[in-house]
Each structure stands twice: as structure tokens, then as C-alpha cells.
Write a protein that binds this ligand. Structure first.
Ligand code: NAP
Length: 253
């Protein structure tokens, strides 16, 4: 059976590691191509868009895909809806592998925002020096905040429009608590902005902010398609795939 993993996340890579080399299984991980040198998972890979839901449906037919796991980032809303439409059109089983969102702990000073734009509007009342961890793609929302200074952390260098007063820190997770504490102190940060990405790899900034008593603006997740079964961890997703790929050759006799 040919399995397509829609990837771009730690969990997608982990799933590919779990499935790679299983007898009777052909694996393709798909990446959007946003990151210049991505960490590639084991097994087959392809890079670039499919051309919307119809393009994805055509790809599933052409490559005789028997199951799809949407393991994209919780904020990659378009591809998840495209996957749901393409799977419905082709009758290919679809599973979403999505890490749960973060929940506030005692002492957290979270301010929820429905969008990056709303997060940007809330900032002037919260502080002057901002640690912005929402990625390089949405920086335009913060570009007009000329009175604020930003520490922007992203995997690749951002392109304009972006804030006029900013320092860029090129890095990718996982991040550890000690370094997050040190970053907040060294840059005299007064407020942190994050998407509700969930997962352990980028959570230490939340702990560091809590310890320092800093407010955190948390951007809520976009809606996900209804009717798609969801699991939270790669092991469960691997089990789902194995159940669909039928008995493994060695179990027959
Ligand atoms: P998006 O808004 O949902 O997708 C925009 C378009 O990019 C899709 O319509 C699709 O193009 C293409 N695309 C997205 N993911 C793809 C994949 N895995 N394989 C092939 N094409 C893909 O997604 P996004 O927010 O730009 O994120 C792009 C990728 O980065 C995702 O794979 C996601 O897992 C990863 N990522 C995103 C974030 C984030 O905060 N958004 C954070 C970390 C990682 P077509 O319509 O042409 O098929």
C-alpha cells in the first residue's frame, strides 16, 4: 500500500521513521517547500504544492495512494481542508495527526488572539520589547509597529514587509529552557508572541515566560476540517496505517 504523509512537522518525520521499511508499504512524505534545507524524513519524499484539492485528488489517483495522514502543522489550515476534500473525492482513508494545543498553567499570563493581526493590535499595551516566535511568514501583521522592538526567531531569513526595529535569530527547535530563559533576559523581553502550536519542542519559551512573569500573546488555531479522525501521537498514526495495510507477509504463515 502506498501511504502519503503530508508533513513539515516533527510528528510527520517521526511517523515516517516508524513506517519506513515496513514490508508491503510504500511511503511518500510531502513537504510544501517553505524551508530552504528541510530535515528530510526517511522514505520517499516530494516537495511543492499539489495544485489545490483537485490537484491532490489527481495525485492520489495517479500514485495509487491507499491512505493519507495529514501530519501538517495545526496552523497549515489550507492543506488540511484540501486533504479532506481530496480524500472524500477519491475515497482514500484520511487520518489527521495533530498535536494537542497548549493549556495554561498556574502563573501564566496569557492573552488569546484570534489572528496574528489581533496579536499585533494587543502588543502596544503589553510591552515594548517583543519576542516574536510565530514564524517568518506572518511578519507583515507586525510591520507597522514602529514604536516596538522585535526579536524574531525563524528557520529561514524573513522577507519584507517586517517590523522596522528587529533582530533576527535564525534557529529551529527543539529549544531548551535554559536558553529560553537566557534569551528573555539578554534581550530584556517584556512580551512573547506565539502560535498555539502545541508540542514539547517549542514549549520551553512558555515556561521561561511564566517564570519571568511575562505576558504571552497566544494566537488561537484556525479551524480544522470536520469529520476527519484525529490522533495526537505518531505511534497511534502508525497503528492506523498498519491496520489499513493488511497483514504483513511474515504473519501469514
Ligand atoms: P497552508 O497555508 O495550509 O498551505 C498553503 C499551500 O501550500 C497548500 O494549499 C499547498 O499547496 C501547499 N502545502 C502545504 N503543506 C503542504 C505539504 N505538506 N505538501 C505539499 N504542499 C503543501 O500551509 P502553510 O501554513 O503555508 O505551511 C506549509 C508547510 O509548513 C506545511 O507543510 C506545514 O506542516 C509546515 N509548517 C507550517 C507552520 C505554520 O505555522 N503554518 C509551522 C511549521 C511548519 P497546493 O494547494 O498547491 O497543494
Amino acid at each position: 500500500m502506498h501511504v502519503l504523509i503530508l508533513g513539515g512537522t516533527t510528528e510527520a518525520r517521526r511517523l515516517a521513521e516508524l513506517l519506513h521499511g515496513l514490508p508491503g508499504l510504500k511511503l511518500t512524505s510531502s513537504l510544501a517547500g517553505r524551508v530552504a534545507s528541510p530535515r528530510l524524513p526517511p522514505g520517499g519524499t516530494r516537495v511543492g504544492g499539489f495544485g489545490g484539492a483537485d490537484g491532490l485528488a489527481a495525485w492520489l489517483r495517479e500514485h495509487e495512494v491507499g491512505a493519507v495522514v495529514d501530519a501538517t502543522h495545526p496552523f497549515a489550515g489550507t492543506i488540511s481542508f484540501n486533504a479532506a476534500r481530496a480524500a472524500a473525492a477519491t475515497h482514500v482513508p484520511l487520518l489527521a495527526l495533530r498535536r494537542p494545543g497548549w493549556v495554561p498553567a498556574e502563573g501564566d499570563r496569557w492573552h488569546e488572539a484570534a489572528s496574528l493581526e489581533e496579536a499585533a493590535r494587543s502588543l502596544p499595551a503589553l510591552g515594548r520589547r517583543v519576542f516574536l516566535t510565530t514564524g517568518r511568514m506572518g511578519l507583515a501583521a507586525f510591520a507597522d509597529l514602529d514604536d516596538l522592538w522585535f526579536l524574531v526567531r525563524s528557520v529561514d531569513a524573513p522577507e519584507p514587509p517586517y517590523p522596522s526595529h528587529m533582530e533576527v535569530l535564525l534557529d529551529r527547535g527543539p529549544f531548551d529552557l535554559g536558553r529560553e530563559r537566557e534569551l528573555l533576559l539578554r534581550h530584556r523581553i517584556d512580551v512573547v508572541v506565539t502560535k498555539d502550536s502545541g508540542g514539547a519542542a517549542t514549549a520551553p519559551k512558555l515556561t521561561a515566560a511564566r517564570e519571568a512573569g511575562l505576558p504571552v500573546v497566544v494566537v488561537r488555531r484556525p479551524p480544522a476540517p470536520a469529520g476527519v479522525p484525529v490522533v495526537a501521537d505518531p505511534e497511534e498514526a502508525a497503528r492506523w496505517v498498519r491496520e489499513r495495510s493488511g497483514p504483513e507477509p511474515f504473519s501469514a504463515g
